[in-house]
Design a protein around this ligand. Sequence first.
Ligand SMILES: [Zn+2]
Length: 612
Amino acid sequence: MSIRLLGTICVDTAIAGILVAGGIMTMQAMNSATAAAVSSAAASAATPDDARRFIEAAEARLLDLNVKASRAEWVHETFITDDTEILSAEADEILKAATSDLAAQSRRFDDVKLPDDVARKFTLLKHAVDIPAPKTPAEQTELSQILASLQSDYGKGKWCPEGENILASSRNPDELRRAWLGWHAVGSPMRKRYERLVILANEGAREMGFADVGAMWRSGYDMSPEAFAAELDRLWQQVRPLYVSLHAYTRTQLAKKYGHAVVSESGPIPADLLGNMWAQQWDNIYPLVAPPNADPGYDLTEILKSKKTDARAMVRYGERFFMSLGFPALPPTFWERSLFTKPADRDVVCHASAWDVDYVDDLRIKMCIEIKAEDFSTIHHELGHNFYQRAYNTQPFFFRDSANDGFHEAIGDTIALSVTPEYLKQIGFIENVPPASADLGLLMRKALEKVAFLPFGLLIDKWRWGAFSGKVAPADYNKAWWELRRQYQGIEAPVARSEADFDPGAKYHVASNTPYARYFLAAILQFQFHRAICRQAGYAGPLHRCSIYNNKEVGARLNKMLAMGKSRPWPEELEALTGEKQMDATAILDYFAPLKKWLDEQNKASGAKIDW
Ligand SMILES: [Zn+2]
């Protein structure tokens, strides 16, 4: 349903979380229009017309509440005070209560044969709640308190953001371990409450007709829960050879830096050495693994500074990229209402996010832009959300969303993949495109960000699926977590862990109960999109050098998919853009092919063991 791009301190620094509105189930009176539609349906056997009236009333009600909640949240995040926090929490609670209540009410139409579009809306309403509460009021209250307390524990965790900064920049193993342990202590007190949360939320999921919460999450993808799980495994098997090659080379370089007493020759890599608290993206250790003689010969940050580009001008570059594809300019209100720089006089949430406040064209970004290369790329990413949001703004409310939750994140990143040296030359930033030898450096940097992330993106929900289904018993929560970390990422905890710890809770999306498979999908899809549109553009060179800048035909095709919103099953929408009905990780392999070749050569030359 609605898209809220969540900004939270100590969330992923590179990945904005998407939160789907909805959450806990509490009973609250509906507004009279909706209640009337429901009671008329209840009076006798419900008909398809009753169902349509109910779902349309629900859409109108939820649109109104979502807009109100968005406005309150915008004011809160751009002007943090006790009052704005209370106002936004209140608006959010009203929205969640109404969403949950409507989802519960909608079950009376479960046996009515409905037209496709109406049936789809009912499915989306049921999936609007990530953690469904059981019917019993006492249990609802208990679950709601657990959810709030877990999130609050995470927010209050010490070592944040200092711990993150140390993990990013320190090369002292003792200091790294101390910061890693310091932060991971945040999880331990959450364990008992998480265990209880699993029981209560599963009860809610069963009342909604799902086997458990994990099955409910997996069934939000236009296929059976089993088929979705198999899809993720299939995609992972496609990309695994690229990951293990990067892993082996990285392990060799880390061993050179820290010695074999710290980094084993053939085993998993200690989790605190990869430049990130969760070892989920490794770009901070680029200097330790940089291919020699692969400097691109320019520094985008320096170029932006020398051109005296300010924050607003940087956003204009992003807008012009989309306009070069044929998208209309952003509305004047975007420029009036967005927050581009950190205000001097008040606290704001600086984590970059994109907004669609009225679900039509009140588009905004909120970002404390600094004049640097990373932010230049992030701007393209955030604007991807805005142009997507506007493209689907004439769909019914329930369809104003991306095809599946991976698509929304992927679109912005797809455009960012077109910010190539060739593009920088076209906009007058550099005079010459660097030689092919420099590509290895650019590819390595990107692989540390995108390829290193893949197994992490997969295992978070693998662990939760196990916890929710009972396959992982509470007594084994931490053991199962580290088995997955080892199996998929090839990493291990820097010191022995036990069931006194609860390391999953030290990850924001677990503590906040935000589904995670979407980030894995986005990481795969952006390359599939990129390859497809580059082919459509008639581009035949190496994929990492392709930019679709200025290509209006490609833009029109992209817009066609974006405008479909969530109105059709995602394989149909994927086909509309790419001609392919299946997700396909061979595009990411194509993109990194030159790096893979180089990594394999290095691993062979050093005699590095592959795998762990
Ligand atoms: Zn995003």
